[in-house]
Design a protein around this ligand. Sequence first.
Ligand code: HXC
Length: 282
Amino acid sequence: MSSFKPDIFAGKVAFVTGGGSGICYGMTQALLAHGANATILGRREANIRDAAAKLTKDTGKECLGIAGDVRKPESLKAAIEATVKRFGRIDFVICGAAGNFLSPISGLSENAFKTVLEIDTMGTYNTIKATIGEVKKAKGAYIAISATLHYRGSVLQAHVSAAKAGIDALMNVVAVEYGPAGVRANVIAPGPIEGTEGVARLIPKDVIAETTKAIPSQRYGTIEDIGNAGVFLFSPAASYVNGAVLVVDGAQWHNSTTSKSVPYPDMFLEEGDTRSKIASRL
Ligand code: HXC
């Protein structure tokens, strides 16, 4: 349930990468439910089209779904032009497109490591570059989706850890460089969120049940939890929140009292590990 008025974002426009599913779909839904219109960008054409149609139908606001890849600046440019043509402005940007799979460093090819950095970190950079003109005009705000897994060493996540650390650093600079122009840039660092494709694919059900006990808030997060955090950060209530990381994880990462505080509690690498050997232990 929202604590904000349903029309708080009336007249505002959001541009959301990775908005076709999961957390960023939920964040878009929350913005539309508070009066904004939005464009969502994602790689899978049918998926992004269907997601936009559902968001429009469910909220009564307008959502454009555009197929594109944050690794390709020209596809971002086209999506932004279409957004401004349709809605006239861009106030809020969510840099959410991400890639993730489990692999030890020894199983990561150069291209595997690079691919995740290109989607997450370069994708965030490309999105900022492509939107900053409009966001400055609107004195708007950015939210990048990061994680908490790089605060400690998370096994099988070297590529994602490096990528998310880069996003955190990048957003600090955006806050400082564009703060004087009236732009804010913050990061949301979600813990594991139930109901997302990422968690369903990466964390087996029995691991979810066990690791829940080690989350001080005693539950996994929901997509709505992250949507609410996004509404707050874009709202005037957060007008002095700039360059911040809002961790939304039920205090999961702070809990070092048990090894079960990490999502892969029994996952220790063994000599000669391969992807399939690790997968068989998951
Ligand atoms: C090792 C792997 C691999 C794996 C892919 N690669 N999967 N290496 N282990 N499991 C390697 C490939 O072999 C290839 O290297 C390189 O990575 C690029 O793979 P492609 O499939 O060609 O790339 P692409 O089609 O662009 O796909 C990107 C992707 C993919 C990231 C690899 O997984 C993807 O698109 N996923 C969907 C988006 C996603 O993951 N969203 C979840 C976000 S959830 P070579 O050397 O062979 O060329 C999230 C939070 C989850 O971020 C939190 C849970 C705790």
